[in-house]
Design a protein around this ligand. Structure first.
Ligand code: AMP
Length: 359
C-alpha cells in the first residue's frame, strides 16, 4: 500500500457533474477530501472541500490543482489528452491517459476490443463520402454512422436506412472523421460495471439491463434477463479489457445481447472509463457503491464487496420528471437522489430513484 492514500488526503476530480458529486460524497464518507476542477460550476461544487473554476488548458491552474491533491481522476471521458498528460507528469492519474485515448475514439476503441478477441459490431473508418459508399455496400442497411469522437446519449450518430442519401448523412454529422457500424438487432442492452484495484484485483457488480428513452438511459434492472453463462462471459470481457488497459478505477462496458435461434451472444458497444449511470443502483442496492469502489481503487485501497442486496430497479429523473420529488419521497421503499441542478432543462439528468426488493 506504499502508493495508497490515507484518510484526510485529497482526491482531484476533473468535471463537476453528478458523477463527480457522487464520487465526492463517497470519498467524504471514507474521510477523504475532494478538489473538483472544471471550467463550469456544477453539482459537484456543492459537496467538495475545494474547487477550481478554470479551463482545461490553463496550465497555471492545473499545476496548482496537481500540487494540492494526492491523486487525479475524472468523471467524463472527454478530458483533453494534453490536460491528462500535463497532470500525469505531476501526479498519478487514475485511470491512466491510455484508457482515455482509446475510449475517446470509437475506431481505436473497437480496434482495441477486436485485437483482444472481443466481438463488436462490424465497423469501418469513414473519412469521406466515398468511404461511406464502400462501407455501406459491405455492411448493408440499416447501419449506424457515428462520429469517431465526442458522441454521447445518441448525439453524433445517425441510422442509414434504405433510400437514405449518404452525402446528406455524412454532412449531417459535420463531415468529419466517422465510423460506420453494422446494425446489431439486439434483444436487450446490458452493462458491466467493474473495478480494478492498484494491485490488479478485479470485482464486478451483477450485470445490469438498461432501457433507453430518446437515447437517454431511463431504467436499469438487476438481475438482467441474460443466461448465467452470458453474464459470466460479459464480466470476463470487462476483466480482460481492464487488465489490458492496466486500468485502475471503475470501468463500464456497454453490450448488446443478441438472441440467435434460442441462444444468446453478446457484442461490446462501448467502454466508459468511469462510473456509469447504469450503476447508480449500487448506492442503495450493493454492499459497496460504484462510487466508493472507484474511490477505493484510485486510492490504492482494497476493493469492496459488489454483492447485491436484492432485486433492483433504478429510474432516471429526466427534466421535469424530477418535479415529482415530493410524491417519490412518500413512496415506500423508494430511495431518492437529486443532483441539485438548478434548471430542469429537457433531457437533463436531474436525479434518480432506486427500489430494492427482496429476491
Ligand atoms: P452509443 O452512443 O454508441 O452508445 O449508441 C447509442 C444507442 O444507439 C445504443 O444504446 C443503441 O441503442 C443504439 N446503437 C448504437 N450502435 C448501434 C448498432 N451498431 N446497432 C444497433 N443499435 C445501435
Amino acid at each position: 500500500m506504499s502508493d495508497a492514500l490515507k484518510p484526510g488526503d485529497t482526491i482531484g476530480i476533473l468535471g463537476s457533474g453528478q458523477l463527480g458529486r457522487m464520487i465526492a460524497l463517497a470519498a467524504a464518507r471514507l474521510g477523504l477530501r475532494t478538489h473538483i476542477y472544471c471550467p463550469e460550476s456544477g453539482p459537484a461544487f456543492d459537496v467538495c472541500a475545494q474547487h477550481t473554476l478554470a479551463a482545461y488548458d490553463d496550465e497555471k491552474a492545473l499545476a496548482a490543482f496537481a500540487e494540492n491533491v494526492q491523486v487525479v481522476s475524472y468523471e467524463f471521458e472527454n478530458v483533453p489528452a494534453n490536460t491528462a498528460a500535463f497532470l500525469e507528469a505531476r501526479k498519478a492519474v487514475r485511470p491512466g491517459p491510455r484508457a482515455l485515448a482509446i475510449t475517446q475514439d470509437r475506431f481505436s476503441e473497437k480496434s482495441f476490443l477486436n485485437d483482444l478477441g472481443i466481438p463488436t459490431a462490424p465497423f469501418a473508418a469513414i473519412d469521406c463520402v466515398e468511404d461511406l459508399e464502400q462501407a455501406v455496400a459491405k455492411l448493408g442497411r440499416p447501419s449506424v454512422l457515428k462520429t469517431r469522437r465526442f458522441g454521447y446519449d445518441g448525439k453524433g450518430q445517425t441510422i442509414i436506412r434504405e433510400g437514405d442519401d449518404l452525402e446528406q448523412a455524412f454532412t449531417s454529422l459535420g463531415s468529419g472523421a466517422c465510423i460506420l457500424e453494422g446494425f446489431v438487432s439486439f434483444a436487450r442492452e446490458i452493462s458491466v460495471i467493474g473495478a480494478r484495484g492498484l494491485d490488479g484485483s478485479f470485482a464486478a457488480f451483477d450485470v445490469c439491463e438498461n432501457e433507453h428513452a430518446n437515447h437517454i438511459l431511463s431504467r436499469t434492472i438487476v438481475p438482467a434477463h441474460a443466461a448465467p453463462k452470458t453474464q459470466s462471459v460479459a464480466i470476463d470481457m470487462a476483466g480482460k479489457i481492464a487488465a489490458a488497459l492496466d486500468y485502475v478505477g471503475v470501468i463500464t462496458v456497454e453490450l448488446f445481447l443478441v438472441e440467435d435461434a434460442g441462444s444468446e451472444r453478446i457484442v461490446v458497444n462501448e467502454i466508459a472509463p468511469r462510473v456509469h449511470n447504469s450503476g447508480h443502483w449500487t448506492l442503495d442496492g450493493a454492499v459497496t457503491s460504484q462510487f466508493e469502489q472507484h474511490v477505493r481503487a484510485i486510492c490504492g485501497w482494497p476493493l469492496g464487496s459488489p454483492a447485491r442486496h436484492g432485486a433492483i430497479e433504478m429510474h432516471n429523473l429526466i427534466g421535469s420528471q424530477a418535479d415529482d420529488w415530493a410524491a417519490l419521497l412518500g413512496q415506500a421503499g423508494v430511495a431518492l437522489h437529486l443532483y441539485g441542478k438548478h434548471e430542469a432543462r429537457e433531457g437533463r439528468k436531474m436525479g434518480h430513484w432506486t427500489r430494492v426488493l427482496p429476491e
